[in-house]
Design a protein around this ligand. Structure first.
Ligand code: AMO
Length: 438
C-alpha cells in the first residue's frame, strides 16, 4: 500500500512504497538524489544511478524501498521529512513528463505567464500554499457559521434579475429569453431568512467588471450570510468580527508553513475593530492629505489605504469598519438610518487598505421595500418572486459577504487578486488570454 511522504517518518527501518512527481534530481556519481513530491510534501529518495536512469523532473514515479535515518550532516530542518530518506530498491515510472517550459521550483514568471501556465505553475510549492490558506479561510467561515446556528444552502447561479444594481451583470441567452449570472446570492439568502432564520452559502458571484484592476475578478468566491431577528444592525458587525477573527486564528494555527513561505503575519486584533462613519473617514482623509472627498458616496482605493493607515496609527489595528454609506449609492434593499434617511445602516470592512466585506441591515417591511424599488427605478413586478418572502412576514434582518480572494490576497500580501484565484477570469482572460472576435 502507498505511504504518503509525510508519513514516512513513522516507518523507520521498514520497507514501503511511495508515489509522486520528481521535484528535482541531483546526480552524485553512482548515487542519484530524487526529491519526490506528493500532496503531503517532499521526500528525499536515494537511488543507484542504474535504477534512476532517464528519470527527469515531473516524471510520475512509484518507488519501493527502505526508510532510513539521514546521516546527521544530511538532515534538512526545512523539510518536514528532513531527517529521513528512502533508499530506493525499485522505481517504476508511471508516466513520463515532457520537457518543462521553465523551472517550476523557482518560478520566475510575469503574472500573465504565471496564469497562462496555471496547470503547471500550481505545482509550485508557494503557489499551492495560497490555496491551502484559501481553503482554511473557507473552512473556517463554514465552521463558524455552523457553530452559530446558520443553515448552509447552495445559491442559484442563473438568476432572473441583477441584484446589486449597475451594469456589471453578465447576460445569459436563456432559451431565447433573458437571464443573468448572479452578481451575488443576495435575494436568495434573504428569502431563506424567512425559512431558516440564519443562512449562509459559499458560492460563485459574477461581475461584468469592465476594467482591469488588482482587486476585481469577473468570477469570485463569495462567503455570504444572512440573519433574521437581529436586535440591532450592530449584531451584524459583531458577527462579522467573530467570523473574521476566527478566520485569522484558524489560518495562523493551521497554515504556519504557508504563512512563513509568504513572509505573512496574521493581524493582531485587540478588543473591537474600530468603526468610523463614511463622513468621519472623509474628514480624517481631508485633514491628513488635504484632499476633499467629503461629497463622495464611497471611498476610492486611495482613501481605503489612507484610512487603514490612520486606523493602524490611531488604534493599532489593521482593520476598520466604515459605516453609514449614502442611501442613493447602496442597493435598493439597504435599510436607512432612522436618524438620517440620507444614510444607510450598512458597512464595509477594510483590511490593510482594501475592502474585504460589505454588509448591512435590510428593509424587511414589504410596503417600504416596494416603495424603495420604485424610487430606484426598479419595477416591483420583476421582483414578485422575491417579494413573496416580505409580503408574508420577514423579521428584522441583515447580513454580509466576504470576498474570499480578497481576504486571501490581504493575508498573504499578494499584489494582484488574480494570484488568489485558482483559475481567474477577467476582462481579458478565461483560462487563456482571449482573442478579439474578427
Ligand atoms: P459587494 O458588491 O460589496 O456586496 O460584494 C461583497 C464583497 O465581495 C467582494 N467582491 C469582489 N471580489 C472580487 N472581484 C470582484 N469583482 C468583487 N466584487 C465584490 C468584496 C466585497 O466586499 N450583496 C452584497 C453583500 C451583502 O450586503 O451581504 C454584495 O454583494 O470583498
Amino acid at each position: 500500500m502507498r505511504v504518503l511522504n509525510i508519513e514516512t517518518k513513522g516507518y523507520l527501518g521498514k520497507k514501503i512504497k511511495v508515489a509522486g512527481w520528481v521535484n528535482s534530481r541531483r546526480d552524485h556519481g553512482k548515487i542519484v538524489f530524487l526529491d519526490l513530491r506528493d500532496k503531503s510534501g517532499v521526500l528525499q529518495v536515494v537511488a543507484h544511478s542504474k535504477i534512476a536512469e532517464g528519470i527527469k523532473e515531473e516524471d510520475v514515479l512509484e518507488v519501493e524501498g527502505e526508510v532510513k535515518e539521514r546521516p546527521k550532516e544530511m538532515i534538512n530542518p526545512k523539510l518536514e521529512t528532513g531527517n529521513v530518506e528512502l533508499k530506493a530498491e525499485k522505481i517504476k515510472i508511471l508516466v513520463k513528463s515532457q520537457k518543462l517550459p521553465f523551472d517550476i521550483k523557482s518560478l520566475k514568471l510575469s503574472l500573465p505567464k504565471l496564469l497562462d501556465f496555471r496547470p503547471l505553475t500550481l505545482r509550485n510549492e508557494k503557489q499551492r500554499a495560497i490555496f491551502r490558506v484559501q481553503r482554511e479561510i473557507i473552512d473556517s467561515f463554514r465552521k463558524t457559521m455552523k457553530n452559530l446556528g446558520f443553515f448552509e444552502f447552495e445559491a442559484p447561479t442563473i438568476v432572473a434579475s441583477a441584484t446589486e444594481g449597475g451594469a456589471e451583470v453578465f447576460h445569459v441567452d436563456y432559451f431565447d429569453k433573458d437571464a443573468y449570472l448572479a452578481q451575488s446570492p443576495q435575494l436568495y439568502k434573504q428569502i431563506l431568512v424567512s425559512v431558516f432564520e440564519r443562512v449562509f452559502t459559499v458560492c460563485k458571484a459574477f461581475r461584468a467588471e469592465p476594467s482591469i484592476t488588482t482587486r476585481h475578478l469577473t468570477e469570485y468566491i463569495s462567503l455570504d450570510c444572512e440573519m433574521g431577528f437581529i436586535e440591532s444592525w450592530e449584531d451584524l458587525m459583531e458577527t462579522c468580527e467573530i467570523v473574521v477573527k476566527n478566520i485569522f486564528s484558524d489560518v495562523e494555527r493551521n497554515c504556519k508553513k504557508e504563512l512563513e513561505m509568504w513572509g505573512a503575519k496574521i493581524p493582531e486584533i485587540k478588543g473591537k475593530i474600530p468603526r468610523l462613519k463614511l463622513r468621519e473617514a472623509q474628514e480624517i482623509i481631508l485633514k491628513r492629505t488635504g484632499k476633499d472627498k467629503r461629497e463622495n458616496p464611497d471611498l476610492d482605493p486611495e482613501d481605503e489605504r489612507e484610512i487603514c493607515n490612520y486606523a493602524k496609527e490611531k488604534f493599532n489595528c489593521e482593520l476598520v469598519f466604515i459605516t453609514h454609506f449614502p442611501t442613493s449609492k447602496r442597493p435598493f434593499y439597504t435599510f436607512e438610518d432612522p436618524e438620517n434617511s440620507e444614510y444607510t445602516l450598512s458597512f464595509d470592512l477594510l483590511f490593510r487598505g482594501l475592502e474585504i466585506v460589505t454588509g448591512g441591515q435590510r428593509i424587511n417591511d414589504y410596503k417600504y421595500l416596494v416603495k424603495k424599488m420604485k424610487r430606484f427605478k426598479l419595477d416591483p413586478k420583476n421582483f414578485k418572486y422575491y417579494l413573496q418572502a416580505f409580503k408574508y412576514g420577514m423579521p428584522p434582518e441583515g447580513g454580509f459577504a466576504i470576498g474570499a480572494e480578497r481576504i486571501t490576497k490581504q493575508i498573504l500580501g499578494l499584489e494582484n487578486i488574480r494570484e488568489a484565484s485558482l483559475f481567474p477570469r477577467d476582462l481579458q482572460r478565461v483560462d487563456i488570454r482571449l482573442k478579439k472576435k474578427k
